[in-house]
Structure formats: structure tokens, C-alpha cells
Design a protein around this ligand. Structure first.
Ligand SMILES: [Zn+2]
Length: 254
């Protein structure tokens, strides 16, 4: 068994679905998952097979979920911190929705206590729903982003978090626009503070001159996350091209 004998494992029993890297999927109706005190999975398989190897396991803690499903943690690849309390708010187009619902709420994230409270609730809700890894767009505010990193560090969640960079945009309140050089400086500072923090669970990401600078600034190995244009009416105000195409061309990203 792949297990470090220095650790006392916890034995979880239940119906286990185990997706594998080759695209196949195992299912153990009467399954068993062993987790070491380091939090790593030591073994997984049918209970009938594994219990043979556990003769010395008397007294080990067992959590029996019966016929309930045990699944790997979910990975959320795209969510926005300031939009947590905007779920269910409707508008007939993306731009109308941003203007009516999102920008006013995001502007409030300059308030650190609001950012702190929202970060705690967001991370708790992710864990409650079985999400163990998330790629999170923060707001344009460096302090709110720093707070989100702090809360993620104490939550145990694995996260890639980026301060949003926004230097122009129709209908965007002035309080959400930021000189791109300052935005990059703040992102780099957050990157230096948090990249690989909490045993590698936390990474920053950053999302034109702005995009090019973000790309150059990513030399430390951080990820760049961007939101692909989801509205055909969003165009580069200086040209006629769809915005993401123009931005990609300016940034010369491959
Ligand atoms: Zn998005």
C-alpha cells in the first residue's frame, strides 16, 4: 500500500467514483478511500481488497458514508468575486447587465470590511458545494484582492486569484477605472506576496498596452486569466475589430 506508516490514516467508506487521467472512470460500489494526516490520498479501491491490508488498522478512524457518493473535489475555472451576491440578477444583454447590476456592486469592494465578509461567504459556499479549487477574478481593488488571498489561505481552498485590470470601458464608473501602469504595479506586488503561498495552493493571475504589460509582468511564472469576449457588440473603440481579437493581436500572444 502507498502509505507512510508514520501517519495515522482516516478511512472513508462509500460509493466512490474515480475519474482517471486517461479519460476512463472507475466506480467502487463498496469503496474505500484512505487519507493520511498530511491530507493526501494514500489509497483508493474496493473495500474488500483494501481491508485485507488493514489488519493493523484497529482504532483507525473510519467515516462510513454508506451508499453515498464520494467524488473528487470540483474545480471552478471561472468565477468573479464581486458577483457573488449578483447571482440570479437578469438583464437582456451583457453590457446592460454589467451597467445595471455588476459595476455598482463591484465599486463597493473598495470597502475592506465588505470585501472580507464576502470573501468568507464565497469560500465557505465553494467548500460547501464540493469545490476545492477555483480560478477567481477579484475586483480592480488591490486591497480587496489581498483580503481574498488571505481568506483563501486560511480556508484550505486551492485558488488562482487575479486582480482585475480595467483601464477603459464604456459605462464603467470612474471608480473602477485605473491607470494601467498602477494596475500592473499593484498586480506585481500581489504576485510577489502570494505566488506559491500556502504550500503552493495559491497563485495570482492578471488579466492593449495593458495586456502586453500584464504578459511581460508574468515572467515570475504566474498565470494570466482573461475573460474571452462574450458579447459581439463589444468592440475595440479605436477600431472595428472584435475586442478580444484586437487585444490578442496587440499583445502578440501565442
Ligand atoms: Zn467572467
Amino acid at each position: 500500500m502507498r502509505m507512510d506508516s508514520r501517519h495515522n490514516p482516516v478511512i472513508y467508506r462509500g460509493r466512490i467514483v474515480n475519474p482517471k487521467v486517461d479519460g476512463s472512470c472507475e466506480e467502487f460500489q463498496n469503496g474505500c478511500l484512505i487519507v493520511g494526516v498530511d491530507g493526501c490520498i494514500a489509497d483508493v479501491g474496493p473495500w474488500e481488497d483494501i481491508k485485507q491490508q488493514l489488519s493493523a488498522a484497529e482504532g483507525w478512524r473510519t467515516v462510513d458514508f454508506g451508499s453515498q457518493l464520494l467524488l473528487p473535489g470540483f474545480i471552478d475555472l471561472h468565477l468573479h468575486f464581486p458577483q457573488f451576491d449578483c447571482r440570479g440578477m437578469y438583464a437582456d444583454s451583457l453590457l446592460t447587465w454589467l451597467k445595471k447590476h455588476i459595476y455598482p456592486v463591484e465599486a463597493r469592494f473598495g470597502d475592506s470590511s465588505l470585501a472580507r465578509g464576502t470573501a468568507k461567504r464565497l469560500l465557505h459556499e465553494l467548500a460547501r458545494c464540493g469545490t476545492t479549487t477555483a480560478v477567481i477574478f477579484s475586483s480592480v481593488h488591490a486591497e480587496a484582492t489581498d483580503i481574498l488571498f488571505e481568506e483563501a489561505a486560511s480556508s484550505g481552498l486551492r485558488a488562482i486569484i487575479g486582480k482585475v485590470l480595467m483601464d477603459e470601458g464604456e459605462h464603467v464608473p470612474n471608480s473602477l477605472l485605473q491607470n494601467w501602469r498602477l494596475g500592473i504595479e499593484e498586480s506585481v506586488a500581489l504576485c510577489r506576496k502570494w505566488h506559491g503561498a500556502s504550500d503552493g495552493r495559491l497563485f495570482p493571475s492578471v488579466c492593449c498596452d495593458l495586456f502586453r504589460a500584464a504578459y511581460d509582468g508574468s515572467g515570475s511564472g504566474c498565470q494570466i486569466t482573461w475573460s474571452v469576449c462574450s458579447n459581439a457588440r463589444v468592440r475595440d473603440p479605436r477600431g472595428g475589430e472584435p475586442y478580444t481579437k484586437a487585444v490578442s493581436a496587440q499583445a502578440k500572444l501565442r
